[in-house]
Design a protein around this ligand. Structure first.
Ligand code: SF4
Ligand code: SF4
Length: 128
């Protein structure tokens, strides 16, 4: 997750980082206003290449936060109804072989669609 402060929000730092490093990034979610921005990206490449991109972004004045466990499901509340599955844009939620719900935090882009849809309020997005 990239936190873009007001003093660099109008600079093409992400684009110039891709050009400079030659390493591609996927923009998964972005919310950028005139005074600040939050962008979630995945960096393609191996660990060394990912570090190279992160270092270039930090050098450009962007705060970089590694997201791990974005979404959790309270199994005591969940009734495995499946209402959340189709709403997830990244297929982070699925049925297992025994028809229970599996959430994969590393695929989640924190859109919140499943949290809103769950009738039991069993899904929650992790605080950073
Ligand atoms: S919508 Fe809620 S209760 Fe239904 S499967 Fe998803 S997490 Fe479980
Ligand atoms: S918050 Fe969005 S991306 Fe994450 S699991 Fe829920 S629907 Fe999928």
């Amino acid at each position: 997750m990239l936190k873009i402060p007001s003093d660099v929000v109008d600079s093409p730092i992400l684009a110039s980082t891709v050009l400079k490093t030659g390493i591609l990034v996927n923009i998964l979610r972005a919310k950028v206003d005139y005074d600040e921005g939050t962008i979630i990206i995945s960096i393609l490449g191996n660990e060394r290449e990912q570090k190279k991109v992160v270092n270039a972004l930090i050098k450009g004045g962007i705060e970089v936060i590694k997201l791990k466990k974005n979404i959790t499901n309270d199994v005591d509340k969940c009734i495995d109804c499946g209402a959340c599955i189709a709403l997830c844009p990244t297929n982070a939620i699925s049925f297992t072989e025994d028809w229970s719900i599996k959430v994969e935090g590393d695929k989640c882009i924190r859109c919140g669609a499943c949290v809103e849809a769950c009738p039991l309020r069993s899904l929650s997005i992790q605080e950073i």
